[in-house]
Design a protein around this ligand. Structure first.
Ligand code: TXA
Ligand code: MG
Length: 303
């Protein structure tokens, strides 16, 4: 159900989750300090409670929910508002449910006027992507309603500008560790961070939400096949499909920003085409293509 800004604010104040646009993907939000409302977000997504939510704040709001190092505060100042989530020690006021009991909290300042208006009205908003857990993230209001049901209140801001989720980072000593590649390219972090930048975490640093199969359509995804398998298969890649009989195909092109903007919608179109499977070719690991390659590997269950 589409709602206006005033209705969205009233719903949030009464503890009802609302889907809203950000520059990356649509989120399903609740006031971060309202644990009962946050519990309704987990329920609406069927999200396991071990997977923490991102707190959405104003660009000067990192200290409202976290106790960041000076380096991390500088990183926020450099990239916010924007698609960068900073994981930092939490403030004790943040409910355990938001952080999944961790001693850290993920924080970002979204760059979208409707998201900013909601935060200004109700304070920090805890929000995961507005899709059933494990599924494809929504980049339009219709995607939200398809996934979470027509009764979900959604503030429609049109298609998302970036199209892939935020880059999630955590500091490990002098290193910056990229837990999830996303809307801020790793190359930009390398230029801004004074120490080494590592992509991919191991051991205790692993992000609890980054399970093997994630960002997955219902249709099976296979990586890198050169031929179309027998049956109705679709193709997704940066370049055109290899010779073969494809029932459907989506070519993202070689402009990484444009490809990211259209990626999830293309994956959904293939998912809705009644295919036996989708063959995906991973793009080269540069810019926003790194996020696309990551999502395709997870969709194929091979991160
Ligand atoms: O662009 C985005 O990040 C979107 C929009 C709505 O802001 N949100 C989003 O949220 O993608 P979600 O919940 O789908 O993904 C958040 C990721 C999860 O993999 C979660 O495990 C990780 O961030 N995360 C959140 N807090 C964390 C923490 N304290 N430590 C490690 N990972 C954390
Ligand atoms: Mg998600």
């Amino acid at each position: 159900m589409r709602v206006g800004l005033a209705e969205a604010v009233a719903a949030l104040r009464s503890g009802t989750p609302v889907a809203f646009p950000t520059e990356t993907v649509y989120g399903l939000g609740a006031p971060a300090m309202d644990a009962a409302a946050v519990a309704r977000v987990f329920a609406a997504k069927a999200r396991p409670r071990f997977d923490p939510l991102i707190c959405h704040v104003r660009p000067d709001g990192l200290q409202a929910v976290a106790c960041p190092s000076e380096r991390l505060a500088r990183l926020a100042a450099r990239f916010w508002p924007g698609p960068l989530t900073i994981v930092a020690p939490r403030r004790s006021e943040v409910p355990d449910l938001v952080t999944a009991g961790l001693d850290t909290v993920g924080v970002r300042a979204p760059d979208h006027p409707l998201a900013v208006a909601l935060i200004d009205a109700v304070g920090p908003i805890a929000a995961p992507s507005a899709n059933p857990f494990g599924g494809v993230s929504p980049t339009t209001a219709d995607h939200v309603l398809d996934g979470l049901g027509a009764a979900t209140p959604v503030l429609d801001g049109g298609p998302c500008r970036v199209g892939v989720e935020s880059t999630v980072v955590i500091a490990d000593g002098d290193d910056l560790v990229v837990l999830r590649p996303g809307g801020v390219p790793v190359e930009h972090l390398v230029a801004a961070w004074p120490g080494p930048v590592r992509v991919g975490a191991t051991g205790v640093l692993r992000s609890p939400g980054l399970l093997g199969s994630h960002y997955a359509p219902r249709t099976p995804v296979r990586l890198g096949l050169r031929d179309s398998p027998p049956g109705r298969w679709g193709f997704l890649g940066a370049g055109p499909p290899p010779a073969g009989s494809w029932a459907a195909s989506e070519t993202l092109g070689d402009d990484d920003e444009r490809a990211a903007r259209h990626f999830f919608a293309a994956l959904r179109r293939l998912d809705d085409a009644g295919l036996d499977g989708i063959v995906a070719h991973l793009p080269e690991e540069r810019g926003l293509f790194r996020a696309i390659a990551d999502r395709l590997r997870r969709a194929a269950g091979a991160p």
